[in-house]
Write a protein that binds this ligand. Sequence first.
Ligand SMILES: NC(=O)c1ccc[n+]([C@@H]2O[C@H](COP(=O)([O-])OP(=O)(O)OC[C@H]3O[C@@H](n4cnc5c(N)ncnc54)[C@H](OP(=O)(O)O)[C@@H]3O)[C@@H](O)[C@H]2O)c1
Length: 387
Amino acid sequence: MAFTLRWGIIATGGISTKFAEDLLVNPATRNSDVAHKIAAVGSRSVASAQKFIDRLYSDPSPNQWGEDGWNAWALQNGVLDGAKACGSYSEVFADPNVDAVYIGTPHTVHHANAKAALLAGKHVLCEKPFTFDLEELEELIAIAKENKLFLMEAVWTRFQPIAYAVQDLLTSGRLGKVKRMTADFSMNYDPDIRPDSNRMIDPEQGGGSLLDQGPYPSVWAMLALHEHPSNTDEHPRVVASYQRIYERSGVDAASTWVVSWKDFADATLVTDMTASGYDDACVVITCEDADLAIAYPPWRPESFTIVPHSKYEPGSIREREVHKFPATTPGGGMYYEADEVARCIRDGKTESGRMPLKESIITQRWLDDVRKAGGTVLKNRKSTVGN
Ligand SMILES: NC(=O)c1ccc[n+]([C@@H]2O[C@H](COP(=O)([O-])OP(=O)(O)OC[C@H]3O[C@@H](n4cnc5c(N)ncnc54)[C@H](OP(=O)(O)O)[C@@H]3O)[C@@H](O)[C@H]2O)c1
């Protein structure tokens, strides 16, 4: 029988809902060798935790991907059997039926929640951005290592089939040398119509575009440049940055930063919560013989195009090629990262080779550097380490 990981889900907001729905998808639809069970759901109110579980049991409407009958397999196969509604997060951390905790709370409490889960002896998958700052992340890593527990940032994009295909193409050498790249996660979030309590607006919840959207341009830079075999720079640093302020609450409306990999390539990374992203390409990787353009959205793109250079400076590739990766399995694609967690825990690993902690440290440092150099209300916010 397949190894089954028993999850405790922390928070009942938007992303926890998507993650939980994906745990209900039949693993056979993606040929997975591991399975999942939801053992407990924790919320600041027991009524909200119960409502979350009730909806997973019985909601007859389509899920967010427009699929009917999305929970049928899970109900027949006991994925939700005995799922406990908890009126506090600590109740989930103390539950002996929980192996791993998924943290879907706002950024500013990731550290406190993940730390409490680890100290209670649970493995942790924590939403992006991992923590508010690097100091918080380093404390979590130390606790996980000391207690031999698994810890991973929930960068689900890394586990999508297209992410592997982009890396394979770049490392094959077919496009020639990699020269530089841009990656942009813009999304017109209409901040003006949102309440002050919205987590993108509220500084107390780590609001602004950088911390929420920044992990996506970052992941493509890490996959395309940092992990490229020609890169030898283990410590790529931010060499320039700018943040545009959203005056109403003082968080950033948009951020731009440049990262340099010494003797290899540079990336210009952009986030913006006030403008729509460019549909044809949210990532462009400029190579010697052609460009590689990844279509929007950056979190789970469904195609990339090999674009020949202009006739003025043609490379060896002359024909445009579109490579498509449509979502052919049910659900949203978050199960790939959940499967990775299950496999690592099954195999006694404390971190993922595909989403290693040293790479989370690099991108967390970029977010720190951009935030501290900018002029937002989060510029001087203190870490919660020690609390
Ligand atoms: N991987 C992705 O694609 C993705 C997408 C969206 C968001 N995220 C990340 O997931 C995290 C949560 O985002 P979300 O969109 O799910 O947010 P959300 O809808 O606002 O939900 C956040 C939940 O956190 C709990 N919470 C705990 N402390 C809170 C506080 N002080 N204020 C407000 N809520 C608090 C609440 O649940 P209870 O009331 O049940 O305790 C709330 O429902 C963020 O870090 C975000 O970056 C990731």
